[in-house]
Design a protein around this ligand. Structure first.
Ligand SMILES: *[C@@H]1O[C@H](CO)[C@@H](O)[C@H](O)[C@H]1NC(C)=O
Ligand SMILES: *[C@@H]1O[C@H](CO)[C@@H](O)[C@H](O)[C@H]1NC(C)=O
Ligand SMILES: CC(=O)N[C@H]1CO[C@H](CO)[C@@H](O)[C@@H]1O
Length: 322
């Protein structure tokens, strides 16, 4: 009974061997014959030469297989063939090169930058690199695009969105009522990883934020970002002021690579400007400058620039103005 059970089990082994290689297949096949020999032996009908022949073939195949795989693994290549598989396993491999869910132009290509600027001008939301982590951007000409950012990120409505401009001179031309201290402080922190929160006013509308006035910042303050990043600045020059916020679903880590933006938010975006690994792993440091005339600022979020460095800049600026 044991032999017959093994006979059946061995049939399955032969089937499996058909997927491995010819040597193993031959081995299991001979084994089947040997089991039959064993059965005949119990029935006392065994022709002895047959069993001897089978055992001899079995040992030869065993030795060859051992030798071949030993040589193969020692030299890392097939010197003694083990034969092809009889059947091939066709695994349904997931295509690695699935096309991205949105357009992903490269930042070093002018055409890529143009494409993205066109999307933004048409009211799309795009992922863009900055001098810190990746950001989601919408043109301030399209308030509805800024609303879309909230949906894309699942961002709570009470959390404000900041604006990104390309240089401080843009601010100078619209004459905001900033104190000399605030101007000097801004000249020292822009461009770079420090964002200032200042009081909102009519000047913001002249900056090109007109239609989006209610959608950016809080009711009476706005955070201004001037990135130290050629690509972002060039893009902003092409599109005008952008409303930006970090490119991650609310409550999740920041995106430090375009792939993180594409995989998590790509299906909801018009495009992502690919710039590789981001320069920083944390966002910008946010400073509340609304009370700077009274000589105090407060750090709302300590990001890539340490709070102590921001305070040092303020002290230096103060002493320069005295
Ligand atoms: C022999 O080695 C090569 C390289 O390591 C491997 O790809 C191949 O599958 C091996 N062949 C067998 C029969 O083990
Ligand atoms: C900035 O500071 C002022 C005064 O401390 C405060 O009233 C205001 O809410 C702060 N703004 C933000 C955005 O935290
Ligand atoms: C993480 C990283 O590469 N940070 C760099 C970002 O850019 C600034 C200014 O060029 C460097 O000082 C940082 O080291």
């Amino acid at each position: 009974a044991g032999s017959i059970a093994f006979l059946v089990v061995n049939v399955f082994l032969i089937l499996i061997a058909a997927y491995i290689n010819l040597v193993v297949l031959a081995l299991t096949f001979i084994m089947e014959v040997i089991i039959i020999c064993f059965l005949l032996f119990t029935l006392e009908q065994l022709p002895l030469p047959l069993e001897i022949a089978m055992l001899a073939i079995f040992s030869v195949i065993c030795l060859y297989g051992t030798f071949a795989s030993l040589i193969n693994s020692t030299f890392g290549k097939t010197l003694f063939p083990m034969g092809p598989t009889l059947f091939k396993v066709t695994l349904e491999k997931e295509s690695i090169t699935t096309s991205p869910p949105c357009l992903t132009p490269f930042s070093h290509q002018t055409s890529g930058l143009r494409t993205l600027a066109k999307f933004l001008d048409a009211g799309g939301v795009c992922g863009i690199p900055t001098d810190t982590v990746y950001a989601l951007a919408a043109s301030c000409k399209h308030p509805e695009a800024i609303e879309k950012i909230y949906n894309i990120k699942d961002r709570p409505l009470e959390k404000p969105i900041c604006i990104c401009i390309s240089n401080l001179e843009q601010l100078t031309t619209v004459h905001p009522p900033f104190s000399p201290l605030l101007w000097e402080f801004m000249r020292n922190v822009y461009p770079g990883g420090i964002s200032c929160i200042v009081k909102k006013g009519e000047w913001l509308k002249k900056l090109g934020i007109g239609p989006a006035y209610e959608k950016v910042g809080t009711k009476d303050s706005i955070m201004i970002r001037v990135p130290d990043h050629t690509v972002t600045v060039h893009l902003t020059d092409m599109t005008g002021p952008l409303a930006i916020t970090s490119a991650n679903p609310s409550g999740e880590p920041d995106s430090t690579h375009q792939d993180m933006v594409i995989s998590r938010l790509g299906h909801k975006l018009s495009g992502v400007l690919c710039d590789g690994e981001s320069n920083e792993s944390v966002p910008s440091t946010v400073v509340n400058c609304t009370k700077i005339e009274e000589g105090t600022i407060s750090i709302i979020r300590e990001g890539c620039v340490p709070a102590t460095k921001v305070m040092q800049i303020l002290e230096r600026v103060k002493s320069q103005l005295e």
